[in-house]
Design a protein around this ligand. Sequence first.
Ligand code: AMP
Length: 145
Amino acid sequence: MKTYQHILLAVDFSSQTEIIVNRAYDMAQQNTAKLSIVHVLDNIPMPDTSYGTIIALEDETDNALLEQEKAKLNQIGERLNIPENQRWLIWGVPTQEIAELAEKEQIDLIVVGSHGRHGLALLLGSTANGVLHHAPCDVLAVRLK
Ligand code: AMP
C-alpha cells in the first residue's frame, strides 16, 4: 500500500470536525507522515492588514472574529502537535486555496469531511467535491452522517 508523506487536514470547524481531525491524525500516525492543517476564511471580511491572504498565526490582530478562528485552529494544532508553520489560515475560496496549498506544500493526501457547513443536503458537499476535482493529489473524504 502507498504510504503518504505529507497529509493536509482541512477543517471548517463545523460540529463534526472532531471526526475528521481524528481520522487525519490516525492516517498521519500510520504513515509516519507530516501533518498540516488549514482553515480557509470564507465567511469573515478581510481586514485592512499587511498580511496578504495568509495569516501569520503568532501575530495579534484587533479583529475578534479572526482571533476566534485562529484560536480554534491553534487549539487543534496544539492537540495534534502540529508545528505552527504547518498551521494555515488563508483568506479565499476554500476549494481553490486548499488545492493551491496542497500543490505548494507537496501534500500527497488531503483529508476533508464528506460535508460540512455548506453541504448538509448533499451526499458530497460542495467543498469536498471541489477539492476532489482540483486537488493535485489523493483526497480522503471522511464520511459524515
Ligand atoms: P462542504 O463540502 O463545504 O460541506 O465541506 C466539506 C469539508 O470540506 C469539510 O468537512 C471540511 O473538511 C472542508 N471544508 C469546508 N469548508 C472549509 C474551509 N472554509 N476551510 C477548510 N476546509 C473546509
